[in-house]
Design a protein around this ligand. Structure first.
Ligand code: FAQ
Length: 324
């Protein structure tokens, strides 16, 4: 780690390093798949075919991110079934942000701009995480998140420049998503139980507060270009720090959402458990297909090897005869 080399699955690692990674990667994976729900809510009501196609692709990407991340956790010896079981029984978390409702079409834009924007700010440094499979998964995830962020920005821009009602809808969405997006970065550094150890292990490269500040500084000029206001009267440029000052975050809301009392916690978990149960036949069919496929491959491999062996034997005896 001191040499900044990557740790790979077969390398020795302390148990606590492994369990910290499984905790963070699993939480991240759960967030990706639960995060499909708020936006999927608008697929059937997208205002045009173009918007519907874009939104479907985006929601599908999030499922893909879940897959990369569950696979990364598996390289640490975790079982996917066990991780899902922990999610469904409330023993593992997913991001607080996905416990808020998507009330209007503009929320799809606000999620893309702010939630995916916050996700990128947090995940770009994770591309340099000390654990190889997680870092490599993040490279692809970030490329896709960058597209998501742009589609959200473009959607909000169209609404902001639209009718008065559309502009108001965009502003209302930003008003509701701004503060929960700042909470995505986790508790303040002083209350972050894992940051110090995770930074020593180079799992996290920056603290929660550092990344939150970076995100605010990125968003301010973008909000200006969008023609939308950020709902914080204390937000202002601090010449001395070279960063923006911003208002106090309501951490009691954050901890309450984590305890299960957010506006949509129950709905998200019910839907997730139902999707899992209803998808059981797909998993069974996929497993049966994979088993048949590998059996066929083995059989083909066996017969190919048998042909190769007999060809080699024939060549050997020809050579022997020639020598004789
Ligand atoms: N929500 O000591 P720390 C996405 C928990 S992006 C819920 O600071 P840590 C893309 C934390 O687990 C969203 N819980 O923890 C998308 C710990 O509890 P524990 C997902 C939170 O791990 C976009 C306790 O508080 N991104 O899905 C949250 O060092 C649009 C103390 O906190 C990632 O997961 C929270 N916001 O730092 C998808 C990124 N924050 O485990 C669909 C990877 C903290 O002891 C649509 N993760 N907690 O019971 C990370 O970078 C870190 O895990 C942090 C938290 C920064 C989230």
């Amino acid at each position: 780690m001191a040499a900044d080399e990557r740790i790979e699955p077969r390398d020795w690692m302390p148990d606590a390093y492994r369990s910290t990674l499984v905790r963070q990667i699993a939480q991240h994976a759960h967030s990706e798949i639960i995060g499909m729900q708020p936006e999927a809510n608008w697929i059937t009501r997208a205002p045009s075919l173009r918007r519907k196609a874009i939104l479907m692709a985006k929601v599908q990407d999030e499922a893909g991110h879940g897959l990369y991340l569950y696979s990364a956790a598996e390289t640490l010896g975790a079982s996917r079934d066990d991780l899902l079981d922990k999610l469904h029984s409330g023993r593992q978390k997913y991001s607080s942000i996905f416990n808020y409702p998507t009330l209007t079409w503009a929320d799809v834009g606000a999620i893309g701009w702010l939630v995916d924007g916050a996700a990128i700010t947090n995940q770009v440094p994770l591309c340099r995480c000390s654990y190889g499979p997680y870092a490599r998964a993040m490279v692809r995830v970030c490329k896709e998140e960058s597209f998501h962020q742009r589609q959200g920005y473009e959607l909000l821009l169209a609404l902001s420049r639209g009718t008065e009602a559309q502009h108001a809808m965009a502003q209302d969405a930003v008003d509701r998503w701004w503060w929960p997006s700042l909470m995505m970065f986790g508790p303040p550094d002083a209350e972050s139980s894992h940051s110090e150890q995770s930074m020593t292990w180079k799992i996290k490269r920056h603290s929660n507060d550092e990344l939150r500040q970076r995100f605010v500084d990125i968003c301010v000029p973008q909000a200006e270009s969008l023609g939308l206001a950020l709902p914080d009267p204390d937000l202002k440029w601090n010449e001395e720090r070279g960063q923006h000052d911003f208002g106090a975050i309501d951490w009691s809301e954050f901890w309450s959402v984590l305890k299960g009392n957010g506006p949509c916690n129950e709905q998200r978990m019910t839907q997730r458990r139902r999707a899992h149960e209803e998808g059981a036949w797909v998993r069974e069919a996929a497993a049966a297909h994979a088993a048949r496929h590998s059996e066929r491959e083995r059989a083909t491999g066996d017969s190919e090897r048998a042909i190769e062996n007999s060809e080699r034997a024939a060549e050997d005896s020809e050579r022997e005869e020639a020598t004789a």
